[in-house]
Structure formats: C-alpha cells, structure tokens
Design a protein around this ligand. Structure first.
Ligand code: AP5
Ligand code: MG
Length: 215
C-alpha cells in the first residue's frame, strides 16, 4: 500500500506511523525524521534545512522533494510506503503525483488525522524524543518511558525538540493551515482522503486507522 499521513503538528502522525508501518509491512518515511537525522550527522542537507526547521517554516521544495524521492527509491519501498510529513504543500503533492505516475504507481489512501488544537498543544508540550532516532517518541504524561529521560527502544537520551518551543509551535500550526491543509482538497478531488479522529488512546487510534484503510 502507498499511504500519505496528514495532520497538524503533534497530531500523532509519527506515533501512528510506527504501528501502522509494522502492521502493513511497509516502511515509515518521515521527512521530519530524515531532516533531523541529517542535522545530527552534520550533513550538507542538514545544514541547509536547520534554520527553516528551527523557525517553524517549511524547508524549500527542491531540497525536500529530492530527499523524499531518494528515500522512496530505496528497495524496501518498492511495494509501498507510509509517508509522514510529505507532501506538505500542493506543489509537493503534484510532484509526488508525477513521480508515482512515472513509475506506473499511485497512492491508495490519504489518512487525515483530526485533532483539536488545544489537544495538539498538550501533546507537543510534553513530547520527548530520542537523541539516537527521532522516530522514538514519548510523552511526559501520555506515553511515559519506563525510566525518566531514557528511550525504551534503544537507551538513548530523551530531549525536547528545538521546534517544540511554544512560539515555534504557533508558527508551525499557522504553516499547517496555510500550506499543508490545501493538500487535503487536492487529494479529496482524487477520492483518496479518509478522515479519522486521532483522539483517544494510541492503540484505539491505530485500530480506527486500520479499519478506515480497509474501506
Ligand atoms: P515533522 O517532524 O514532520 O513535524 P510535524 O509535522 O510538525 O509533526 P510532529 O512530528 O510535530 O507531530 P506528529 O504528528 O508526528 O506527532 P507525534 O506522533 O510525535 O517536521 C518538522 C519540520 O521539518 C517542519 O516544521 C519543517 O520545517 C520540516 N519538514 C518536514 N517535512 C517537510 C516537508 N515535506 N516540506 C518542507 N519542510 C518539511 O505525537 C506528538 C506527541 O503526542 C508525542 O509526545 C506522543 O507521545 C503524543 N501522542 C501521540 N498520540 C497520542 C494519543 N493518542 N494520546 C496522547 N498522546 C499522544
Ligand atoms: Mg512526527
């Protein structure tokens, strides 16, 4: 299956993607995680992306689309993928449509996670992620690690993302509404959008998502 996950910052895209990818046996591809890995490795791409991310803005399309394409071209993504955080504006959605068309492929669904803004703010405020791998995600109240400050998956140090500061979160939400939400209309016109509520326990949301994807 080829699925795009969409939803505001803090909706739980990364959290759900980890479970859904395992269930559906497809790789979880998060452009945010790819950027963070590049930043921590000090690559040229990481250097280009960092100032945009820290300010809560989108990284320029030419950088992002190239990086996403390289990842989708890897062997593990030949039979499907779960995209998290890409595409993030209509230009990127059109670029993805064209890339898939070239390969004779198409998307199966766009899963839209709906969460009220006050809940998103609480989720982001308590989020802690792992230094070794930013796809290892915890929350100080809702998803506590067994040992405070330590990743359950790999033992890495947990920390708060630089762009999770209140002021940057406000900017990211604004960018979501102006730049990213329009992709829902783009995909609705293709009959691909499945909207679910992302409220409730993590496992409940996963069940809801799997049920919705069956249709
Ligand atoms: P990215 O990393 O994609 O950030 P985002 O979209 O803002 O989304 P988040 O990762 O903040 O939230 P999430 O929905 O994954 O929530 P999570 O599962 O962690 O992008 C970061 C930046 O990179 C962008 O601002 C941009 O600069 C750049 N970028 C990335 N892609 C780009 C692109 N395509 N083009 C241009 N620039 C790009 O959950 C949040 C918290 O809630 C966690 O603590 C979790 O434990 C908790 N939680 C999850 N589910 C539940 C639940 N059901 N109940 C209670 N708590 C929950
Ligand atoms: Mg995420």
């Amino acid at each position: 299956m080829r699925i795009v996950l969409v939803g505001p910052p803090g909706a739980g895209k990364g959290t759900q993607a980890a479970f859904l990818a395992r269930k559906l046996s497809i790789p979880h591809i998060s452009t945010g995680d790819l950027f963070r890995a590049n930043i921590s490795q000090g690559t040229e791409l990481g250097k280009q992306a960092k100032s945009y991310i820290d300010a809560g803005n989108l990284v320029p399309d030419e950088v992002t689309i190239g990086m996403a394409k390289d990842r989708m071209d890897q062997a593990d993504a030949a039979n499907g993928f779960l995209l998290d955080g890409f595409p993030r504006n209509v230009f990127q959605a059109e670029a993805l449509d064209a890339l898939l068309k070239d390969e004779g492929q198409k998307l199966d669904a766009v899963l839209d996670l709906e969460v009220p803004e006050d809940e998103v703010v609480k989720r982001i405020a308590g989020r802690r992620i792992c230094r070794n791998d930013s796809s290892h995600v915890f929350h100080t109240e809702y998803s506590k690690p067994q040992q405070e400050g330590v990743c359950d998956v790999c033992g890495g140090e947990l920390y708060q993302r630089e762009d999770d500061k209140e002021e940057t979160v406000r900017k990211r939400l604004e960018v979501y509404h102006t730049e990213t939400e329009p992709i829902i209309g783009h995909y609705r016109a293709q009959g691909l959008v499945v909207t679910i509520s992302a409220l409730g326990k993590v496992g409940e949301v996963t069940e809801r998502a799997l049920e919705a994807l069956k249709k």
